[in-house]
Ligand binder design. Structure first.
Ligand SMILES: Nc1nc2c([nH]c(=O)n2[C@H]2C[C@H](O)[C@@H](COP(=O)(O)OP(=O)(O)OP(=O)(O)O)O2)c(=O)[nH]1
Length: 253
């Protein structure tokens, strides 16, 4: 069995990285069949019967980072030609062909995903931490009225995520925050800002207060909560997958 691995950092949210990868397909002569698809985290395709490959599997894993989506790909194959001839064919022809095809495919893919990301509305949130507690905010009005969230909001066109975070917190809480580490990214399954359903994500950073006391200018209430109080809050459902990472922020020494 032979194998090649590829890693690409795409400046796009998880949903865009995944969807554009699906639209572009894969650079193989033979069509592949889907084996697994877990949007927007991973997919696996393999050649079906009747292909010139005896066996080929192409797996992709999409991971959120503070600078975009990391796409890890693995191609495993077998030529079906035994012995020295098979190994030669593999090394001299197939490996090079796969490398060439994947390199130009990945360049085109990264560029297409970055272009598409400009059209998808993003939301950023701050997990503001102080003395082992995180600041949570209760929404006032709209479909999530009364539910708890990380303060933040929509990124404006041309604005960086972190600039949006600092601006939104100043508007909503009247304080300056200093972003620290990337906490995670989750899928927003509804329509956000009139965009396509399921295309936007929420990206959360931890932050510390740069000074002042937060005041709820747009929320119904604010609360500082400890790690053991997080689960019991009535969160916007999309935020729940972030809670283990926030708990880690609050409990690490
Ligand atoms: N800020 C924030 N928004 C969240 C969270 N979870 C979640 O699903 N959302 C959704 C709710 C909204 O559909 C969208 C954010 O919209 P927003 O109304 O807070 O954004 P904004 O301040 O820029 O809004 P606007 O009033 O200026 O239009 O993301 C969260 O933890 N924090």
């Amino acid at each position: 069995m032979s194998q090649l691995r590829f890693t690409t950092l795409v400046e796009a949210p998880l949903t865009v990285a995944f969807d554009v990868a699906r639209t572009l397909g894969r650079p193989w002569g033979s069509p592949l069949e889907e084996v697994v698809s877990v949007r927007p985290y991973r997919d696996v395709h393999a050649v079906g019967p009747g292909s010139s490959w005896r066996w080929l599997t192409h797996s992709r894993r999409f991971t959120a980072t503070g600078t975009g989506t990391l796409v890890d790909e693995q191609v495993d194959w077998e030529t079906g030609v035994p012995g020295v001839l098979g190994r030669l064919l593999d090394r001299v022809v197939l490996r090079r062909r796969i490398l060439r095809a994947m390199r130009s495919h990945l360049d085109a893919y990264a560029a297409a995903a970055e272009r598409r990301a400009l059209d998808v509305l993003q939301v950023v949130g701050a997990a503001i931490v102080d003395e082992g507690r995180v600041l949570v905010a209760q929404r006032s009005g709209g479909p999530y009225d009364g539910l708890w969230e990380f303060p933040g909001g929509k990124v404006e066109r041309g604005e960086s995520d972190l600039a949006a975070l600092v601006r939104e917190i100043a508007e909503e809480l009247g304080v300056e925050v200093v972003p620290q580490t990337f906490v995670g990214e989750v899928l927003l399954d509804g329509v956000v800002g009139g965009g396509a359903p399921g295309s936007s994500t929420l990206r959360v950073w931890s932050a510390r207060l740069g000074g002042g006391t937060p005041v709820a200018h747009e929320h119904a209430a604010l609360r500082w909560v400890r790690a053991d109080e997080l689960e019991a809050l009535d969160w916007i459902p999309a935020d729940r997958p972030l809670l283990p990472a926030v708990r880690t922020l609050l409990t690490r020494p």
